[in-house]
Design a protein around this ligand. Structure first.
Ligand code: 5GP
Ligand code: ZN
Length: 119
């Protein structure tokens, strides 16, 4: 598993920055976004470091890491109680995509007001 020394999400994953996880296993962590944009706003983060989804797609272990993320989605949705009511997943990529933390992550957002967003 690849990690990056000066990466904030790698530090959260390793425990260097203590954080409360909504859910975690050996491959993926999920925690509340510190600047929530919706009533529920959680980040799903692979422990493996890739700068973004393009980098992950180019890596040999990319598919495996993405399957681990996929497997985490229902677990995290259950933990948050939004499996029935529904939610939205977002992956920002690069500057034009609004990515600010260069460690691939999925935003899971849910709650009132989502219908007003652009997609
Ligand atoms: P991006 O803009 O890269 O798609 O999303 C990065 C997200 O990470 C932002 O929504 C930001 O609020 C969140 N974030 C950045 N640093 C931290 C942190 O140290 N802890 C938590 N919980 N969220 C963070
Ligand atoms: Zn990282």
């Amino acid at each position: 598993m690849k990690t990056k020394e000066d990466c904030i999400f790698c530090k959260i994953s390793s425990g260097d920055i203590p954080s409360k996880f909504v859910w975690s296993n050996e491959d993926v962590i999920a925690f509340h976004d510190m600047n929530p944009q919706a009533p529920v706003h959680v980040l799903l983060v692979p422990r493996h470091h890739s700068d973004n989804i393009l980098d992950l797609a180019a890596e040999e272990e990319g598919r495996q890491v993405f399957s681990q993320l996929l497997a985490a989605v229902p677990r995290v949705a259950d933990a948050l109680g939004v499996s029935e009511s529904g939610f939205r997943l977002i992956i920002n990529t690069g500057k034009g995509g609004g990515q600010s933390v260069m460690h691939l992550h999925i935003h899971l957002v849910a709650g009132e007001g989502l219908s007003e967003s652009i997609v």
